[in-house]
Structures are given as structure tokens and as C-alpha cells.
Design a protein around this ligand. Structure first.
Ligand code: NAD
Length: 253
């Protein structure tokens, strides 16, 4: 499969988890992938895995919530890889707490990485996409957008990304740029493992609960999300834009 040959994809938060899996998948699809994470050293494993299997990747350090960092990273990617054709806004953090215990800094950190970070990268990436009259943007939302106890900050950010997605689809559609969101349910990554550890619950037990609740009777894997991102970047879905695709093993309401 090389339907993305000649394209350059930026995947933020790609050092591990869903981002690493998405970077590997887009590289298998033929794209040159900029593996972006908060520290370039963190990206080494993902880059080595891609290059080791014949793909093309560069590791780029960038705090997505920092405007100057995003501008410098985008410039480096354009200089080294030639363009930005695909953007996957995946970088994420959690600072869960009930509202009455949530600090302003926990609110700002989560909104900063998910919403401000996606805005900064999309605003940069559209420059080359509009010039090329071709682009794909995929934003990582979550089932938490529908509301989740202890996640006022995260839920607001992930719901915000859905409105952001629809609006960019309207603004960028005339330039042949598709903008969609994927909204995963429970995916087995460092993020969900850290949540279990923080609340003092055994991860195996959490997973068992998910396997019982979810209609497809299993927890999600990073590849489940990566495969949908790949599909949304392919020409097979070129008439799909402004959509939120739930990747959650069951319907969401
Ligand atoms: P993860 O914690 O395993 O990975 C997140 C990555 O983002 C890390 O490599 C981290 O270093 C990077 N990152 C954090 N802050 C950053 C910043 N300021 N700049 C650049 N990089 C930064 O998380 P994951 O589970 O792979 O989640 C990936 C995305 O999917 C996130 O947006 C998350 O909210 C979303 N999501 C995850 C789940 C799940 O169940 N795991 C469910 C729904 C949505």
C-alpha cells in the first residue's frame, strides 16, 4: 500500500501510544512522517521503528501549546521534507479531577495541549495545504467529549475539538482539504494505564470491566485508531469531511 507516497504527514504526540501507531501506519501507507513530540529524544523509538521497516521519518521536538515551537517545527519539516500535507493533532495530556478540586493550571494545561495545540498546528499546516490545494487534517477527540466525571477540562477540550473540526471543514473544504475527527473510547495505552494507577485500580480489572461493557467485548488498541486515521487520509474517503468517527467498540449517544 502506498497511496500516500510523496505526501508528508505530521503526527503530534507520536512518541508512543496512538500517535506512534498512527505514525507507523501512515509511513506504511507511503507518507514521510514527522514524528512530533514534546522532546525530540522521545521520538527516537518511533522513528527507528519506521525507518527499520523501510519507511521515512524524522523526529521533531515541539511543545504543541507553544506558538514559537510550532512555527519552528513546521519550518524544519518543510525544509527537510518539503511540505505538510497531512496533520494528525494527537498530542494529549490528562489532569483529571472533580471540578471543585481542579486547579486553574490543570484546566489551562489540558486546554493548552489539546485545543491551543491543535489550533496552532492547523493554522500552520493549512498554509502549505491551501497552496497545494490538497490536505487532510484529523483531530483526536474522545468519547469523553460527551461528558465524563472528573474530566471537565478534558471533556471541554475534546468537545471543543469537534466544533473546531466542523468549522475547519467548512473553511478549508473549498481548498480540497478534508478535516475530520476520530473519537476513541477506551484504548490500551500509557494514558489509560496511568489513569488506573492514579486512582489505585488494577489495570487488568479496568480492562475486564471494559470487555464486559463494550459491545465488541474488547478494549481498543492503538492500531484500531490508526487504521481509521489512515482511512480518513485516503482518497477513498475524499467526500467525507467535518465528521466525528467514534472508534469505541460500540455506538455513542
Ligand atoms: P499517551 O499519553 O500514550 O501519548 C500522548 C503523547 O502526547 C505522549 O507521547 C506525550 O509526550 C505527547 N504530548 C503530551 N503533551 C505534549 C505537548 N505539549 N507537545 C507535544 N507532545 C505532547 O496518550 P494516548 O492514549 O496515545 O492518546 C493519544 C491521543 O488520543 C490524545 O489526544 C488522547 O486524548 C486521545 N485519546 C486517547 C484515548 C485512550 O483511551 N488512550 C481515548 C480517547 C482519546
Amino acid at each position: 500500500m502506498s497511496h500516500l507516497a510523496g505526501k508528508v504527514a505530521v503526527v503530534t504526540g507520536a512518541a508512543r501510544g496512538i500517535g506512534a501507531s498512527t505514525a507507523a501506519r501512515l509511513a506504511r501507507d507511503g507518507a514521510t512522517v514527522a514524528v512530533v513530540d514534546v522532546d525530540e529524544a522521545l521520538t527516537k523509538e518511533t522513528v527507528a521503528a519506521i525507518v527499520g521497516t523501510g519507511g521515512e521519518a524524522i523526529g521533531v521536538g515541539c511543545d504543541v501549546s507553544d506558538e514559537a515551537d510550532v512555527a519552528a517545527a513546521a519550518q524544519r519539516i518543510i525544509t527537510e521534507a518539503g511540505s505538510i500535507d497531512i496533520l494528525v493533532n494527537n498530542a494529549g495530556v490528562l489532569r483529571d479531577n472533580l471540578l471543585f478540586k481542579m486547579s486553574l493550571s490543570d484546566w489551562d494545561t489540558v486546554l493548552g495541549v489539546h485545543l491551543r495545540g491543535s489550533f496552532l498546528w492547523a493554522r500552520k499546516a493549512q498554509e502549505t495545504m491551501v497552496a497545494n490545494r490538497w490536505g487532510k487534517i484529523v483531530n483526536l477527540s474522545s468519547t469523553s467529549a460527551l461528558g465524563n466525571r472528573g474530566q471537565a477540562n478534558y471533556s471541554a477540550a475534546k468537545a471543543g475539538l469537534q466544533g473546531f473540526t466542523r468549522t475547519l471543514a467548512i473553511e478549508l473544504g473549498p481548498f480540497n482539504i478534508n478535516v475530520n475527527a476520530v473519537a476513541p473510547g477506551f484504548i490500551d495505552t500509557a494514558m489509560t494505564r496511568a489513569t488506573a494507577a492514579r486512582i489505585g485500580v488494577d489495570f487488568t480489572e479496568v480492562k475486564k470491566g471494559i470487555e464486559h461493557e463494550v459491545p465488541l467485548r474488547r478494549a481498543g488498541r492503538p492500531e484500531d485508531v490508526a487504521n481509521v486515521v489512515s482511512a480518513l487520509c485516503s482518497e477513498d474517503t475524499s467526500y467525507v469531511t467535518g465528521q466525528v468517527v467514534y472508534v469505541a467498540g460500540g455506538p455513542q449517544s
